[in-house]
Design a protein around this ligand. Structure first.
Ligand SMILES: [Zn+2]
Length: 211
């Protein structure tokens, strides 16, 4: 959950927190990665890491973590970029590691859709971040789907999210339990997940693979 407005540690602009597009650099990754004074802990655009020429270094810094944390995976190549799709059977989630830094985490259900798509909770209504997003949406948003390209353009972020598609809208999310529901109003993004055909095939195989 974002209570504050996340800004990119490299370009200073808003980070939406979209799977495969954004990344949060953690302090231990700085220890494991290159000694580059320009990179600091915090959210950043994967594209900014790529433009700085350190995306591969950061991906390498978390490669070992992925392999030890989720030791069941299938690997492949997407246009020359190495990837490794790890599964977490307990959480029914995938953790996609890519050598170009476009890491993402998504539920099994996302890979079953055509095209693969994810839903991301961006901001809780009433938070400062939600106010910024609502202003860019140009509506109070209730029940209205605003295209993500429009939102990104209004935030002057088109160059950070080139080719983005999908939408943003309100959604009530239960953060409690089935017995004691606690509904919170979130601004939610729904957007395609860039998975090549080999990665999709791997996802189907991992879903069926015995635990
Ligand atoms: Zn940036």
């Amino acid at each position: 959950m974002h209570d504050s407005v996340g800004r990119c540690s490299l370009c200073g602009r808003l980070v939406l927190g979209l799977a495969g597009q954004d990344w949060c650099v953690l302090p231990w990754m700085l220890d494991a990665g290159a000694d580059d004074a320009e990179v600091r802990p915090g959210p950043c655009h994967a594209l900014c890491l790529q433009e700085l020429g350190v995306a591969g270094v950061w991906a390498a810094a978390v490669e070992g973590y992925h392999c030890s944390r989720w030791p069941d995976w299938i690997s492949g190549l997407d246009a020359g970029v190495r990837w490794r799709l790890h599964r977490s059977p307990q959480a029914r989630r995938f953790h996609l590691w890519r050598a170009d830094g476009r890491l993402s985490s998504f539920p099994y259900a996302a890979a079953r859709q055509h095209p693969a798509a994810v839903t991301t909770d961006l901001a809780e209504m009433g938070s400062r971040y939600a106010e910024v997003l609502l202003a860019a949406m140009g509506t109070d948003g209730a029940g209205i789907e605003v295209p993500l390209p429009s939102l990104v353009a209004a935030l002057a972020l088109t160059d950070r999210y080139p080719g983005i598609s999908g939408s943003i809208t309100h959604r009530l999310t239960n953060v409690g339990t089935a017995h004691r529901p606690e509904l919170i109003d979130f601004l939610v993004a729904r957007h395609p997940l860039a998975l090549d055909s080999g990665c999709r095939t791997a996802a189907y195989e991992l879903i069926r693979r015995p635990v």
